[in-house]
Design a protein around this ligand. Structure first.
Ligand SMILES: Cc1cc2nc3c(=O)[nH]c(=O)nc-3n(C[C@H](O)[C@H](O)[C@H](O)COP(=O)(O)OP(=O)(O)OC[C@H]3O[C@@H](n4cnc5c(N)ncnc54)[C@H](O)[C@@H]3O)c2cc1C
Length: 391
């Protein structure tokens, strides 16, 4: 395992830092913009034009054909500079790699450049009220009628569903086949007649995701990705796409630093008590563990090896750590955590309670902690396979 970046990679990092220093004010302006969605699209396009989006994608479709290490450096520096996540994150991290691997050349040319430029924002329509961990139980139907599929059903927990231009959908096209063999992967224009989107407010008060209803929505057959009824393997190939998780480590590092600053800012008696010092030290030690896990996954990927279950271990520990840090922040702030930003005594812009509730979602989205434990039980400990879930 090689833990050092080469001199050329460090040079790349320095040039990127200089670019971020000169341009980050555009990202900072998003929250105050009259149209924050458009401002977020513009920011992603600016990053892409500078060569920092679509790092490993083919040049023909707008990518950079750069090395994986450069992609990791960009993700790390974006997190280190505390820049907002890119608005088309779902399109960039899940759909784009899927299309690169499985789509036709025509589909790649049509969709990939617009994902990179944030001209088309994507959402993922996989989960349904009866299909989450057991995703293959999905029931949304698609029936071929001439040159179109006619789609009827319901999706839920769709992140960005309220602003997305397009959605990649898993649908059941053969109800008589075994459940993983009758599923297809479709690309749906969200302006198609028959789609209703209802935002779902989460416990933190924000609208992060939506439920979506499809009532005889027509999707042209040319928007089928891969073979008819072959969608399950296509979805798995990119859901399984293991990541190093190193940018997540830096985001967590920022969280522990925020906890430390908050502890200093909140000058209640006992604010620097032993227990908080112990907690912060433990969090830092866990962070270092996650960092080396990330390096191991990255080394495996660079050597062309499958990183194995390290992504599940990383996801489980990172989501738990995020929750512990958010809880420590609440405890450190005490009753002041409840103040809104109108109060002169407000801490952390009044986001502590919402931040805690948001952190809870990390152990559900992208596979629950129980499912991650099942993966570890089976692939690391060699225990028998669980009876449910799609891990
Ligand atoms: C913040 C967030 C964003 C999301 N964004 C999207 C999105 O953009 N698109 C999308 O399609 N979905 C999205 N989801 C949905 C997410 O993928 C599902 O919530 C998740 O897969 C769990 O499914 P479920 O909610 O149906 O829970 P269930 O699968 O019903 O699970 C309920 C409980 O049972 C446990 N459980 C289930 N099976 C097993 C098993 N075999 N062994 C042990 N325990 C088990 C689970 O761990 C959980 O505690 C998002 C969720 C969150 C929280």
């Amino acid at each position: 395992m090689d833990l050092a970046f080469s001199p050329a990679e460090e040079d790349y990092r320095q040039r990127l830092r200089a670019w971020i220093a000169a341009n980050s004010y555009h990202a900072a302006a998003i929250a105050k913009a009259s149209d924050p969605i458009q401002a977020a699209r513009d920011w992603q396009r600016r990053l892409w034009k500078a060569g920092y989006v679509g790092l490993t994608w083919p040049k023909t479709y707008g990518g950079q054909e750069a090395k994986l290490t450069e992609q990791v450096i960009v993700a790390e520096e974006i997190a280190r500079a505390r820049l907002p996540a890119l608005i088309n994150a779902v399109g960039l991290s899940i759909l784009g790699p899927t299309l690169v691997l499985h789509a036709t050349d025509e589909q790649r040319r049509r969709f990939l450049p617009k994902i990179l430029a944030a001209d088309e924002i994507w959402c993922q329509g996989f989960s349904e009220p009866g299909a989450g961990s057991d995703l293959a139980a999905l029931r949304t139907r698609a029936v071929l009628d001439g040159d179109s599929f006619v789609v009827t059903g319901q999706k839920i927990w769709t992140s960005l569903g309220n602003i997305a231009d397009w959605c990649f959908l898993l649908v059941r096209t053969d109800p008589d086949a075994p459940k993983r063999e009758g599923i297809s992967y479709l690309l749906c224009d969200m302006k198609s007649p028959g789609i209703t989107v209802r935002p779902v407010r989460n416990a933190g008060g924000g609208v992060h995701f939506c439920e979506m209803f499809f009532d005889e929505v027509r999707i042209p057959r040319v928007n089928l990705v891969g073979p008819l009824h072959g969608g399950w393997k296509i979805a798995r190939s990119t859901l399984d796409h293991e990541r190093s998780g190193l940018s997540g480590v830096i985001a967590l590092e920022n969280g522990v630093e925020r906890l430390w600053r908050l502890a200093h800012a909140n000058r209640e008696p006992g604010y620097l008590d032993r227990s908080l010092r112990q907690q912060a030290a433990w969090y830092w030690i866990e962070l270092e563990g996650l960092r080396y896990l990330g390096f191991r996954a990255l080394s495996d990927q660079l050597a062309g090896r499958q990183p194995g279950p390290s992504a599940s271990v990383g996801k489980l520990f990172a989501s738990r750590l995020r929750q512990k840090v958010a809880k420590s922040m609440l405890e450190s702030a005490g009753p002041l955590a409840c103040l809104t930003k109108k109060s002169p005594h407000v801490l952390a812009r009044g986001r502590l309670v919402a931040g805690y509730f948001d952190a809870l979602g990390y152990s559900i989205g992208g596979g629950t902690s129980e499912i991650m434990r099942n993966v570890i039980a089976e692939k690391v400990l060699g225990l028998p396979r669980s009876s449910g879930g799609d891990e």
